[in-house]
Ligand binder design. Structure first.
Ligand SMILES: [Zn+2]
Length: 295
């Protein structure tokens, strides 16, 4: 993938098309702001040496967005208040994922430290939705876009009309809302809000990454994945099912995948969010250990 510049907003492609565990980064030339340092370690080191990075912003507190933050331990770090706690310690991070399986926690602890260079960080400042930041070279509008995580942020760069939409990434996989405090409803609201933003270029964190002009149908395709998951779950719940049976149906990932600490954890997290939503709307009831569709 090619690095692309939109005025002072630089799109720094992540390794392997920015697929997990990587993401695309942004760099604001002249202002020295680096957003989501998990793209390409060599390029980030080079950017620091040649451009003089002054601070790091995080769109949210996920490991595939902060993998190379360790290169910038000495620089100011800005993130939303609501996503700051997971950075404070490894245990708080795992709690934010709602991870209660002892073995999975062990796997993640090792992976976070060894692959994602996790070190506790205390942000120097909180970014807030609605905030307008004048960086001199560009004006940034901070958009609170909760759902994926409670404190996920998007950034609208006004003059070049560039919108960075982070992990509402318009991929075929669809949205992630499996953290303890993620929300399906808020995800839908955030995507609809981003869709209405008057941008000319849309940048995302993973895969395609750069959309010149409105991504059009992709917005609806992306949200449709949520409905598709729900339809499959409701179909399964024509018969009473335990959570283990639901997770074992692999509605999200399509097939059983390894490592379980990663894929089974994700499958469960997202399915639990769907079950909560269906129970609240009265479409599904829980009877002891089983879930079943009403009517
Ligand atoms: Zn994320």
């Amino acid at each position: 993938m090619e690095e692309q510049h939109f005025g002072p907003v630089w799109f720094i492609p992540g390794e392997n098309k920015g697929k997990y565990p990587f993401c695309h980064s942004l760099y604001i030339e002249g202002a020295g702001v680096l957003i989501d340092p998990a793209s390409d370690r060599d390029r980030l080191v080079q950017l620091r040496e040649t451009q003089g990075i002054k601070m790091v912003w995080l769109s949210h507190a996920h490991e595939d967005h902060f993998m190379h933050l360790d290169l910038f331990d000495d620089l100011p770090l800005w993130i939303s208040d609501r996503d700051s706690a997971p950075l404070s310690s490894l245990e708080t991070f795992l709690d934010s994922y709602g991870m209660d399986n002892h073995d999975f926690r062990g796997y993640w602890r090792k992976m976070l430290e060894e692959e994602f260079h996790f070190k506790p960080r205390k942000p120097t400042q909180f970014l807030q939705g609605g905030q307008i930041i004048d960086l001199g070279v560009v004006t940034v509008e901070v958009l609170s876009t909760s759902g994926h995580t409670p404190g996920h942020l998007a950034f609208f760069f006004r003059e070049p009309k560039v919108l960075f939409i982070g992990d509402y990434d318009l991929t075929r996989f669809g949205p992630w809302y499996g953290d303890a405090h993620s929300s399906i409803e808020e995800t839908i609201d955030s995507v609809n809000r981003l869709k209405r933003t008057p941008a000319e270029v849309f940048l995302t964190s993973h895969e395609t990454g750069v959309f010149i002009g409105d991504p059009g149908k992709l917005w609806d395709d992306y949200l449709e994945v949520i409905q598709e998951r729900e339809r499959k779950l409701l179909d399964l719940l024509k018969e009473p099912r335990t959570i283990e049976e639901i997770v074992g149906s692999w509605i999200i990932y399509g097939r059983e995948r390894e490592p379980k600490a990663f894929f089974e954890f994700g499958e469960r997290g997202l399915m639990e969010k769907h079950l909560d939503r269906l129970i609240k709307s009265g479409v599904v009831v829980q009877k002891k250990d089983h879930y079943v569709k009403t009517g």
